[in-house]
Write a protein that binds this ligand. Structure first.
Ligand code: HEC
Length: 189
């Protein structure tokens, strides 16, 4: 039987855990989320001024480079993952990410605002230590559809460029409001 003291200690540890989780979440959001509007802004601007094909490097090189820079500065891992990756080498989810992406899609289908979908958890790492893992949904905006919309609707020269670079591309068929994937962060604790 649990004594009142044990119950009090368990409650205290739950409260401490929740406080740790809250502060990890707040801190992670603050560090990584500002990258997202920067990438989206750069994308919109490049599409408008130079055309869609010229904006391929924004999703291909600029976005990963901005995340890599942030990750190196913090000592975290930051990447993009998707259930239907264009670049499978970089963006194939691991088991935890895959499960979260499936939950994200269900939350979206249940009517949740795609911009607000996120998760943060403390999980056991492969080496037995603890890590904080965070994922934030990346919703499809109208500008994204030019490269991630129905394959047949893509501009011919763009489609050609994408098919040449990504023969196994799965990242088409999306409509605005769908989830393209997620930003995924792993922080050692
Ligand atoms: C100009 C074409 C273009 C536009 C517009 C575009 N993307 Fe991409 N996207 C790409 C390319 C090319 C890749 C593959 C990047 C790589 O090689 O890592 C990609 C990859 C991604 C990935 C990484 C996962 C994967 O499938 O490899 C995500 C997430 C993503 N795009 C989201 C978006 C979102 C959200 C938007 C709109 C804000 C968007 N993209 C607009 C071309 C585009």
């Amino acid at each position: 039987m649990k004594t009142p003291l044990t119950i009090a200690l368990i409650s205290l540890s739950i409260v401490a855990h929740a406080a740790e989780l809250d502060s990890l979440l707040a801190d992670t959001r603050q560090e990584v989320l500002p990258v997202l509007p920067k990438v989206a802004g750069m994308m919109k601007q490049t599409v408008e001024s130079e055309g869609v094909a010229a904006a391929i490097p924004v999703c291909k090189e600029k976005a990963p480079a901005m995340m890599a820079e942030k990750a190196a500065a913090l000592g975290w891992k930051i990447r993009r993952v998707s259930l239907k990756p264009r670049n499978a080498e970089r963006a194939t989810p691991d088991a935890w990410e895959q499960a979260q992406l499936e939950i994200f899609d269900r939350r979206r289908a249940g009517g949740e605002d795609p911009k607000a979908i996120e998760v943060g958890e403390i999980v056991e790492a492969a080496d037995g230590g603890r890590v904080f893992r965070y994922m934030k949904a990346l919703p499809v905006a109208p500008v994204c559809v030019q490269c991630h919309g129905e394959r047949n609707a893509l501009a011919p020269e763009l489609r050609q460029a994408i098919e040449a670079a990504y023969p196994h591309d799965r990242a088409t068929g999306y409509a605005p409001g769908d989830l393209r994937g997620a930003l995924s962060v792993t922080r050692p604790l």
